[in-house]
Structure formats: structure tokens, C-alpha cells
Design a protein around this ligand. Sequence first.
Ligand code: 0X9
Ligand code: ZN
Ligand code: CA
Ligand code: CA
Length: 599
Amino acid sequence: MGRRLSVSLTLAGVGLLVLVGMNPASAEPAEKSGRYVVDGVRTLDDRNRVARSGAAIDGIDHGRAEITALPSEVRTLRDQGFVVERQRAEDFPAADKAYHNSAEMIAELDKVVAAHPTIIRRTSIGKSYEGRDLPLIKISDNVAVDEDEPEVLYGAHQHAREHLTVEMALYLVKLYTDGYGKDARITKLVDGRELWIVPDLNPDGGEYDVATGSYRNWRKNRQPNAGSGSVGTDLNRNWSFRFACCGGSSDNPSSETYHGPSAFSAPEIQRLRDFVLSRRVGGVQQIKTSIDFHAYSELILWPFGYTTADTATGLNADQQAAFQSLGTRMANSNGYTPEQSSDLYITDGSIIDWLWATQGIFAYTFEMYPGVNPSGNGFYPPASVISAQTTRNKEASLQLAEFADCVYRIIGKQAQYYKSGTANVVWSDDFESAKGWTVTKGTATGGLWERGNPESTTQNGPKQLGSAVSGDNDLVTGRKAGSSAGSNDVDGGTTAVRSPSIALPAAGALTLDWSWYFAHAANASAGDQFKVSVLHGGAKTAVFAKAGAAGDRDAAWTEASVDLTSYAGKSIQLLIEATDAGSASLIEAAVDNVMITKS
Ligand code: 0X9
Ligand code: ZN
Ligand code: CA
Ligand code: CA
């Protein structure tokens, strides 16, 4: 120590003398003592030469030595031909320099924006507690226009030390921009979706984590806490839905899972909340699906986190099934474990619970590489894994965007859950009000089609269902139960009901969906049937038929879907028929939630 001090004083004096004698503007800035990186330290001999300079070697990786050195030691090394640079402030250790710090990440985003200005934009959702930018990326065709397309939100880095998630966000930025116009699947998504990426929600925590050149294992943001020496709020406990309700966060500012003094007390969370709320257009949230990237454990998690119950107020069985089905499908592609988030542990005030409960967004947490029980600290995987561990989530990320048009499609219930008035619905009827269907003159003598609140009948199992798929009413063959199951069923021939005229748009792929059942007794035959046809220009074209057969068939709501694209630009009517043919049999049928969508 004494030696270093005297040497440094001597050199400072020499430096001053030299400066006096030359033009100060052309002088190299005097080197300071501190941390440097030396390139080209590969052999034992290289290492010894660095050591002999007097510098302290803090570590060597891939030919780069991190040293703590005096200006004289730096000059000695440079004189020997080594390239010596100051360790950048607030940066990853040299071995991990492929990870992007906040400034590098923004520079990388701007490179992509410059290369693809028509499909990607960088703006901001605001600033962090310490005033750093919270970048926002939008990727879509006609990126400057707010088009009426389903929207997707990918978020990363709520937790400071989960640096791999920032790399994941950068990967997605490159995936969607590089693939546009080359890969048909990606092109379709960029054209048909608005993709939002928030690559770094916690830059203050992230920079703090790496600021000294060795990791601090920091999780929270860097907001001070009044009356406490402990800094930081766990951003993923600061959301308002069931904030601090259930023991899934801590009241103690020194805890890793401190939820903050109140919901949305963290500026970063306020900013993301405000962005999400800004995507409500005409009262309808445009963002339909979301992934919030975390690390680690290789999991795909869905709501709710605050309770271990699979379903709860605001999360019904169909919604739970849709979450689980899409979560499982995504997990099949990346090998993660799919589960409800509370299966991991209870959390309250987490983003996914808020996104689902208050915005109806199908929101998942991904816990990235490594899996459980890693060999070292799982939050700091080596930079060598970045490529494989981000690419690993390509398929799941694309699936999430593809299902943004209607997640219920994954459980076959798209017709039931599409609401009229959304962008892609051309025409729909839930039979809650009269939309102008007419029962045509048919051959049936009983059980004619009618719209109404159905009564249930059973004969060896349900034959007419007492509940509609949506609301109270459906379209049913003789809605009253009558004195026995054989009362008010279809008798003596065919009953047919015809929709009002529907003008189909000229552009886009058209799909007709509906819910239906067809029930009959064991003595039915192939002449008995349920049939859906399209009427156009005097022609009748069957698009769907279910024939009866010997054997009991119970009533159970099912989904059907047919392609109507060949009728684009035409005016059509739908015709629905139910037939009791040949020897009389118990025949019932019903329809609900007829819908034509365009994509
Ligand atoms: O605790 C968290 O916020 C997440 N795990 S992490 O290790 N990345 O911190 C999990 C959040 C979702 N899980 C639950 N809601 N249980
Ligand atoms: Zn996390
Ligand atoms: Ca209905
Ligand atoms: Ca009936």
C-alpha cells in the first residue's frame, strides 16, 4: 500500500510537468487508478507478464483479464503491446459482457429500429425511480397507425438480477423484425397483431446489480423506504389486485418480497399500469395475451397466484381450462413445467393476477433457464447460454401471439366467448333477442324450431338441455318439456329455420362457428339428422350434417366450425334443419351462439 501511494505521487508530479510543456488540448487524459480490462491474456506467459506489471488480477475469462491497476501499471502493459481499456462503469463482469446493460440494450433497439423503420418503433412508458428510461417497443405493419388488431404484451426484468429476461426481449425484437417478409408465420403475426415489448422494467435495479463488476444478487427496484435503511420494492408484489392480501408478500422493507407501502407505489409499476390502461380503446382492452419473463426454474405459470383454488371469482372453469391448455401447449414447445402460479408459492400483488383480473388479459409468467436446483447461482447463467435459452422460447412466444385473436379457441369455445362488436365479428346471434330468423314451412308435425328458454328432458340421459350456452335462450326444437320426453320433440319430418340475410365482407378469411347438440333415442336411423346449409343465389349448400344412427345419443353442447371464405362478398342466409324420418323416434336439437368471424 505504502509503495503504491509513493509511486502514484511521483507519477502525478511527472504528469503535471509534462502537461505544462505541451498543448493541453492534445494531451491524453491522465489515466486514473481503478479497474481495467486487458485483452489477449491467453497463455500462462501472458498472465505472468500482466502480474509482473504490478496490477492485481481480479479474474481472467476467455482471454480477457480484469485488473485493478495504477496508471503506471496500465502504461507498462500498453508498452508491452496489450490492449488495456477501463472497465466500463455499471457493467457486467467481462466474462458476461454479451449481456446488455441498460445503455447497450437501448443502443441495440435503436439499431433494429433504424434497420426496420416501417415495422418497429421505440417510444417509452416513462421513467424509473432514478430517472432511467423505460423503453417501449411496438412491432406491427403500419407501425405508426393504431390499427384494430389483437395486441400482445411481452414484458421483462421486473426483477433486477433476472438479466436473461432482457436478452429474451431483445431476441423477440430481432425475431419479429428479421423474420418479417421472410418467414410466412412471422409475417402474418406482424401484419395481423400489434406486438408490444417492454424489455426492461427495472433498469435501476439491473444497473445496481452489476455496478461494481461483481453481482449483488439484487431483486427489487432502488426506491428508498421511509423510516427504513432498506432500499427497494419487489415490483412483482406492487400491483393492486389483492395487494398484500394473502401472505404472498412482505410488510418488511428489508424483505426481498417487500410489497411497497401501497399498491402502485413503485413508479415503474405505475408506468406499466398506465400503458396497459391506455390500450383500452372504446372500453375494450386491446391486449389479449401476455408473457412476463422471469428467471429461473423453467416454468410456465398462470393466475391466480393469490389463492391455491384453481378457479375463483373472475376465473371460471372455461377460463381456467383455456389458461391451462395454452400454458400446456406452450410448455410442450419449450420443455418448461406448466402449472398454476400458486402451485409454486402464493404471491399477491403480482402482475399476472392484475392483468387477468382487471383487464381480462391471458397473462403468463415464464421462469426461464436454468431449471430448479442449478449448480451455481441460477440468476447468473453464463453468457454462452443466451442464444439457446432465448431461442428456446420462440415457439411459445409465437403461439401466444397467434392465440391473441381468441384464446378460447384452444378449448373450442371461440364462438361462445367472442363478443359482438369486436373487430373480427362479422355477424353473430346468441338468441337472447329476436334477430329475424324464420321457421320455414317444413314437413314436421311437431317440435318445430323456436327461440326461447329451453326446458330439460331426459330419457336414458339428457335429450333436451335446460341451459343455453350463453344467456337464457337458444334455438331449440320445441322448447317446452311437456308431459314426457317424447312431447315437443321433432316428429313426422323436417323442421327448418332460416337466418336473416347476412352480407359477408369481400376481404378476409371467413369462419362460421356455432354451438349445437343433436339427441335421439336408440331406435334412430340415418334418415334422422341435424344439418346446416348456406343459401345463396337460390342454391342450398350443406356445410355440416350429423346423421342419426341406431343407439342412444345424449344432448351435450359441442362446438362446430366451417369455412365460409368462398362466400366472401356475397349475401347469404343460414338454414338449420332437424329431421325425424322413417319410423318415429325421439329427436331433439338445439343451437346457440352462431357467429361469423373474419381474420
Ligand atoms: O416470485 C415471483 O415474483 C416470481 N418468481 S421469481 O423467482 N422470478 O421472483 C413468480 C411470480 C409468479 N408466481 C406466482 N404468482 N406464484
Ligand atoms: Zn422474477
Ligand atoms: Ca343464448
Ligand atoms: Ca323439444
